[in-house]
Design a protein around this ligand. Structure first.
Ligand SMILES: NC(=O)C1=CN([C@@H]2O[C@H](COP(=O)(O)OP(=O)(O)OC[C@H]3O[C@@H](n4cnc5c(N)ncnc54)[C@H](OP(=O)(O)O)[C@@H]3O)[C@@H](O)[C@H]2O)C=CC1
Ligand SMILES: O=C(CO)COP(=O)(O)O
Length: 320
């Protein structure tokens, strides 16, 4: 089956490089200039520098090339997904669409699969998520991800088609659990980065990671996710990776908050909008999500790090 990747950012490019080991891949960028530069230089110097594009990748800005593919991977930031799908709805109608973004849409509180269902109702949606840095995948380092698809038979097909020499896919039909694990871990990673940035130490990070995971489970189970999914690659696996590595943009954003340093506003930091979406849902549903709500406030400058720490430490004592 032919594969196209819509979105030539760091992750889309990395997935295209890995999938090129299986056969021809179309990598679509919205900017014609960017596409031509990548096609000629055989590198995505803007988003994923120093990794050559294999010959099996064709970079294009012509959406008709995406339309020709059987499977389309959607690798744009969560808050841009609806606009991208709406713009290209007629080209993507009826296709198998594998969303690769991690987050909750701020304006609706929906995850990526629901956004696909709303914008392109006759598409077959799936989700690719789990612990993986674009740079690791692009350099061929071994990575394990979760392929979530509500249609179990299609999930098996996609698992086979999208597994590569270095990318091992596990499958699940628990789309909600996989979506929420990937979205919520970014929020906790910002908190962990802030703790380390502020010099609070590794013990504080472990506490935030663990209690943050309890919040992730509370939120996801309320939305119908399965505990096993949260315990897997798309939940705990990605949480551990993102909370412990400076390769993570969410973690680095948190580090800057903790150190009171500015952060490049052009960098994709999914956890900022997702923290806000999550906090709004938590308040509406009466869910106790103190770390996530604190990260939302911190990320938008409503709290300083010392205020955030005080508010978390001064909460009433409770059972674990
Ligand atoms: N980077 C990583 O290590 C990983 C990322 N992910 C997830 O993948 C998703 C994308 O992240 P990543 O690739 O890193 O982000 P980047 O910031 O590297 O790239 C985002 C890409 O999306 C494109 N884009 C933005 N808006 C639109 C639009 N409306 N239509 C078409 N294209 C658009 C941008 O185009 P332009 O350049 O023209 O602005 C850019 O190419 C995120 O949800 C992230 O959480 C998941 C796992 C790992
Ligand atoms: O999702 C990721 C790792 O699995 C990438 O994390 P960042 O978006 O924080 O860089």
């Amino acid at each position: 089956m032919s594969v196209a990747v819509l979105g030539a950012g760091a992750f889309g490019t990395a997935l295209a490089i890995s999938l090129a080991g299986n056969g021809f891949v179309t990598l679509w960028a919205r900017s014609a200039e960017h596409a031509i530069h990548m096609e000629n230089s055989r590198e995505n110097s803007a988003r994923l520098p120093n990794v050559p594009l294999p010959p099996a990748i064709s970079v294009t800005s012509d959406i008709k090339d995406v339309e020709a593919a059987d499977i389309v991977l959607l690798a744009v930031p969560m808050q841009k997904l609806r606009a991208a799908l709406t713009e290209h709805a007629s080209n993507l109608a009826g296709k198998t669409l594998v969303v690769c973004c991690k987050g909750i849409e701020l304006t609706t509180g929906l995850g990526p699969i629901s956004v696909v269902r709303q914008t392109i109702p006759n598409a077959s949606p799936a989700l690719l998520t789990g612990p993986s840095f674009a740079d690791d995948i692009a350099r061929g380092l071994p990575t394990a991800l979760t392929l979530a698809c509500g249609d179990a038979d299609l999930g098996k097909v996609l698992q086979t088609e999208l597994t590569t020499a270095n990318l091992r896919l596990y499958r699940t039909t628990d789309v909600i659990g996989a979506e929420l694990g990937g979205a919520l871990k970014n929020v906790i990673a910002i908190g962990c980065g802030a703790a380390i940035g502020a010099g609070l130490g590794d013990s504080a990070r472990a506490a935030l990671l663990t209690r943050g995971f309890a919040e992730m489970q509370r939120f996801a189970l309320m939305r119908g996710a399965k505990t096993d999914t949260l315990m897997g690659l798309s939940g705990l696996g990605d949480l551990v990776l993102t909370c412990s590595s400076e390769l993570s943009r969410n973690y680095r954003f948190g580090l800057c908050l903790g150190q009171n340093r500015p952060f490049d506003t052009h960098t994709t930091v999914e956890g900022v909008a997702t923290a806000r979406a999550m906090a709004e849902i938590a308040v509406a549903e009466g869910l106790d999500m103190p770390i996530s709500v604190t990260v939302a406030d911190l990320s938008h400058g409503a709290y300083s790090v010392p205020q955030a720490i005080q508010s978390l430490l001064n909460r009433p004592l409770k059972e674990e």
